[in-house]
Design a protein around this ligand. Structure first.
Ligand code: ATP
Ligand code: MG
Length: 289
């Protein structure tokens, strides 16, 4: 599948209105996409094995979206075939008192995947240019110095900090892929109502979600600005159509598989010395050792 359509080009203006939320490419039926998702999960399993053995790269996958866009389900499905030893998922909620005593990147830095691993951020440092921008009271009550809080360039500065941070990651072997699950306001309403109507889903609904929905347009604006300022050739954003969960999951698995395939992953080569020792061990074992 051509994933270029979803990628936000570096340095270009982004208009989310040009990204159809219910897009399904050539899939006329859910079952076909589910089949392809299964194939991709197998592909990912093989790629993860060699990523782990090679132990030179790490992959960081970032998920950002409005509530009920399907982050959790996407993470669950896409990671389902992987070896848990080589993966990790961190969710970033409202910062704790300790986290607020540090710069906003700190808690995410502590959670970065080590070499050979796939790390997922369910929300991330991007919240600090999204929710914090939509609700000025969060910044106002933060422990930043006055002159920084009131600097009109604060968002520009943060974009630059993020670009630099991701450049640092890239230049040290961590590849970053970022997904914005692009949900329509109507579909969000349907999913909220389903959470209210279905007893097993009740726990998923919080009135805070309804409050954030009231800021829908503000969120669309800050997402647009964040994506267009932080999508780079090496750490691209992908706008994933999210009205159909089955399509979003398949598309995400495809992007991740292609990213891993683009790396020069190899199983470690053993040297002649090591080969000799293997031969010796084989003889010992075969001769009753
Ligand atoms: P789900 O609702 O599917 O369980 P979620 O990611 O929405 O997943 P919640 O516990 O509902 O999890 O919400 C986390 C909340 O924390 C979000 O509203 C998010 O905007 C907020 N949050 C995350 N980071 C920050 C931050 N740095 N400052 C303020 N709020 C933040
Ligand atoms: Mg939520």
């Amino acid at each position: 599948m051509n994933i270029e359509k979803f990628r936000v080009p570096e340095g270009k203006k982004l208009n989310l209105k040009n990204h159809q939320t219910d897009f399904t490419a050539d899939y006329t039926e859910k079952t076909f996409a589910v089949k392809d998702l299964k194939k991709n999960i197998k592909r990912l399993r093989k790629l993860q094995k060699v990523l782990y053995a090679h132990n030179r790269y790490a992959l960081l996958i970032i998920f950002q979206a409005m509530d009920a866009a399907g982050k959790d389900g996407a993470i669950r499905h896409v990671m389902s075939g992987l070896n848990p030893q080589g993966t990790q998922v961190f969710s970033f909620k409202k910062p704790s008192a300790e986290e607020r005593d540090h710069g906003y990147l700190w808690r995410c830095m502590k959670a970065l995947p080590e070499k050979g691993r796939i790390g997922i951020f369910n929300r991330s440092y991007y919240e600090d240019v999204l929710v914090v921008r939509v609700h000025p009271a969060i910044l106002a009550s933060s422990q930043l110095p006055r002159e920084i809080k009131h600097d009109p360039n604060i968002w520009e500065q943060r974009f630059e900090q993020i670009r630099n941070f991701e450049k640092y990651l890239f230049e040290n072997g961590t590849r970053v892929v970022k997904f914005f699950l692009n949900l329509s306001k109507d579909e969000q309403k349907r999913r909220f109502l389903a959470r209210i109507h279905t007893p097993e889903k009740n726990w998923k609904f919080s009135t805070a979600d309804l409050k954030e929905r009231g800021y829908w347009n503000d969120y669309q604006n800050v997402y647009t600005d964040a994506l267009q300022n932080t999508s780079s050739a090496n750490s691209p954003w992908y706008v994933i159509p999210a009205d159909h969960k089955w399509f979003a999951r398949m598309a995400i698995s495809e992007v991740i598989a292609q990213k891993l395939e683009s790396l020069d992953l190899q199983y470690p080569q053993v040297d002649d010395d090591h080969m000799e020792r293997l031969k010796d061990a084989k003889e010992i074992l075969q001769n009753g050792g």
